[in-house]
Design a binder for this molecule. Structure first.
Ligand code: GLP
Length: 254
């Protein structure tokens, strides 16, 4: 079943997302995203932790993706992002957090090891996902085979352009990344998709129509047994909002 929730703005989206994520903290296994969309979510989780309302010491986390060839300590790496926004500011147990190794000498082997760690953790309980402009989830790009676990991908030009803002020049935007595959994502017991940004409209509409298409990786989530879609309404036009809610009544608005 898919539940659509429309939050008034990014902060309300973060509050909703945090309340779903914190249900998993007692021994749960999370798959975690990066990007601009989840920043207020991590901030909210940090606030809850600082107020003593939640602890992350029993949670196991896996990140969705990482660039290939960007050192962990570099400003643009997802290792660094996670350190700044989450791992370094809450009480996670470092032995239980995992981020793909984009600097591994043997990338294939490293992907297989990542899958083995996910498996030995018992699989993913809650996959928290952002959404790419071209419909990618994690770094699963349009046209890719959905029957894949963790793997190396070639980033599309549109994704490289979207990530250009984080690098000094276009040529420095990595051409490859490691991502957890669609097969692992859809095998998660629950999925939380966070959508913010006007440039995500087409991908959001495709998901709302629920017709799976390889060209729009997010449509692989349609039909999942437990999918929560939380949309930052302020980033979506009135027409798109009306179009979607006329077909799919919102479960909750705030
Ligand atoms: C990157 C990440 C994705 C993320 C997407 C959207 O490409 N690999 O996991 O969902 O960007 O990012 P944003 O939230 O900044 O729009």
């Amino acid at each position: 079943m898919t539940t659509w929730q429309w939050a008034d703005d990014r902060e309300s989206m973060a509050a909703l997302a945090a309340s779903i994520i914190t249900r998993e903290v007692n021994g749960g296994v999370l798959l975690l995203p990066t990007g601009a969309t989840p920043v207020p979510v991590y901030r909210r989780l940090q606030e809850l932790y600082e107020r003593g309302e939640v602890s992350f010491r029993d949670v196991t986390t896996f990140n969705l993706d990482e660039y290939v060839g960007v050192p962990e300590e570099a400003q643009q790496s997802y290792h660094r992002y996670m350190e700044e926004h989450f791992f370094g500011v809450v009480d996670v147990d470092r032995r239980r957090v995992h981020v793909p190794h984009g600097m591994a000498r043997d990338l294939e082997k490293s992907c297989r090891e990542y899958d083995a760690s996910i498996e030995s953790a018992g699989g993913i309980g809650l996959a928290v996902l952002g959404l790419g402009q071209n419909g990618h989830v994690g770094f699963n790009e349009p046209g890719e085979d959905w029957e894949q676990k963790t793997h190396v991908v070639s980033l599309s030009e549109s994704t490289r352009r979207a990530n250009r803002q984080y690098f000094p020049k276009h040529a420095e935007v990595p051409k490859r990344a490691i991502t957890v595959g669609i097969q692992t994502i859809v095998a998660s017991r629950a999925i939380l998709l966070l959508v913010s940004g006007a440039e995500k409209t087409e991908a959001l509409l495709r998901l709302s129509r629920g017709i799976p298409s390889r060209e729009w990786p997010v449509t692989s989530l349609a039909g999942h047994g437990r999918l929560d879609v939380v949309v930052d309404r302020s980033s979506v036009s009135e027409d798109v909002y009306r179009d979607i809610v006329s077909r799919i009544p919102a479960t909750l608005e705030r």
